[in-house]
Structure formats: C-alpha cells, structure tokens
Design a protein around this ligand. Sequence first.
Ligand SMILES: NC(=O)c1ccc[n+]([C@@H]2O[C@H](COP(=O)([O-])OP(=O)(O)OC[C@H]3O[C@@H](n4cnc5c(N)ncnc54)[C@H](OP(=O)(O)O)[C@@H]3O)[C@@H](O)[C@H]2O)c1
Length: 239
Amino acid sequence: MKKLNEMVALITGGSKGIGYGIAASLLKEGVNVAITSRGQDAADQAVQELSTIGPGKVIGIAADVRSFESQQQAVAKTLEAFGRLDILVANAGVGHFADIRSLTPEQWHETIDTNLTGVFYSLKASMEALIDAQGYFISIASLAGTNFFATASAYNASKFGLVGFTQAVMLDLREAGIKCTTIMPGSVASHFNNHEPNAGDAWKIQPEDLGQMVVDLLRMHPRTLPSKIEVRPSQTAKK
Ligand SMILES: NC(=O)c1ccc[n+]([C@@H]2O[C@H](COP(=O)([O-])OP(=O)(O)OC[C@H]3O[C@@H](n4cnc5c(N)ncnc54)[C@H](OP(=O)(O)O)[C@@H]3O)[C@@H](O)[C@H]2O)c1
C-alpha cells in the first residue's frame, strides 16, 4: 500500500472552506498538495498559512475549473512541482439559490459550469497522471445531490449530476486501479454562498472533519471502496 507521505494531491478550490481544510489534513500526513483558486492572490494567501503546517509541501495555482485549458495547466504545474499526481479532490463549487422564476441564465450556467462541468474538466485533465499513479478521485458533492429543496434547482441539478457522474466514472475506472468516491456533506462551516464563518457555526461539520474523512479514505485497504458517503452534523442547529 502506498504511504501518504509519498503521495501528491491536487485540490480544486483550496483557498478557503472545505478545500482548505482537506489541504491542511493532507499536509499534516506528509502529502504534497497543490491548491487552486480563481485568483493567484487568494491562492498565495492560503499557501502562506498552509505552508506553516507541514511536513507536506504546498503550492498555489490560479486556475478556473470552468476552463479545460486552465485545468490542464494546473495539472502540468502540479507535475512540474511534485513529479506525480495521486489524488484529485474536485471540491471547487458555488451556489446560487433563487426561485426558478428569478434564477437567471447566468446563475444557472455559473452553477453547472463550476460544480459539474468543472469536475469533468479537472478529472479529464488529471486522467493520465491518475492512471500512472493508480490514484484516487474524490468529488465533493452535497446532500443536495440526493435531497431537493425550493430555490435550489440549479444547485440540486449540479449536485445530483455530480453524484451520478462520480458513480459512473467509478465503474469506468475501478478495474484500472483508480478509486472514486463522492462525499456528500450537509451543513459545513465554510464561506459557501458568501457566508462568514462565526461562533454560531459550531454545530456544523467543520472543514477539518472532512479532511479527516479524506485521510481515512486514503488509508482504507485497497480492496475496499466507500464509493458514496453521506455526512451530516450529528445535531441540528441550536436555536
Ligand atoms: N458549505 C457547505 O455547507 C457545503 C455542503 C455541501 C457541499 N458543499 C460543497 O463543498 C464545496 C466547497 O465549498 P465550501 O463550502 O468550502 O465553499 P467556500 O468556502 O465558498 O469555498 C469554495 C472554494 O471554491 C473555489 N472556487 C469557486 N469557484 C471556482 C472556480 N470556478 N474555479 C476554481 N475554484 C473555484 C473558491 O476559490 P476562490 O474564491 O478563491 O476562487 C474556494 O476555494 C463546493 O463544491 C460546495 O458545493 C458545501
């Protein structure tokens, strides 16, 4: 079994929130990590903080998941820095929540292009390297990939789609030695949808809890594959 401190991960959207938490957990285990953000400044700021964690090394790349070319460049920079790619965490995501009567085509496209097509692009760009490394593809979907609710037509469509996508590629790739898991969290204390994390978020899943989950998945015996994981806060919001 490969050791964690011999692995390299690429995390899309690692500048804050869940992606940042997963990066921190992997770095503590000695994984070398590349994070991406839409902006180089946000990536650099996160790298400055993450680089104090170690022993893994971290780099930050400006790359928009909505562009296939940008994802190809992110993979190339990861390979240039660390020489291999074992783990792709397709995490970058956005949410627009509006009644279908007011949801705009721009909001629809940003949601689908980021949360669904963006995952396809990042996996497609990583495919060769993941095959070489007999690697692991983890997508961060949502409980909104199985539970629908009002105002979430675009978000539900993107996350239902992402769960189906990840399960189908899992069947395509498992005989090639590549593991695929979709993690479907409920409420997480992050910056999602312009939220500012605060003390009232203590009941929510914390990003580092999902980081621990990713580490546990990587430590799972190679013969066993948790392919779809629902995860929720153990208690509801405190009133
Ligand atoms: N928070 C929750 O309750 C929750 C629950 C279930 C699932 N999720 C899912 O978890 C994932 C992470 O969200 P989060 O909660 O951590 O939100 P967040 O704190 O807002 O972080 C989102 C991350 O995605 C990046 N990002 C957004 N659009 C991007 C693009 N086009 N290209 C590259 N990076 C992009 C952001 O980077 P920049 O802004 O720096 O570009 C940021 O690093 C999303 O897929 C979300 O749907 C969240």
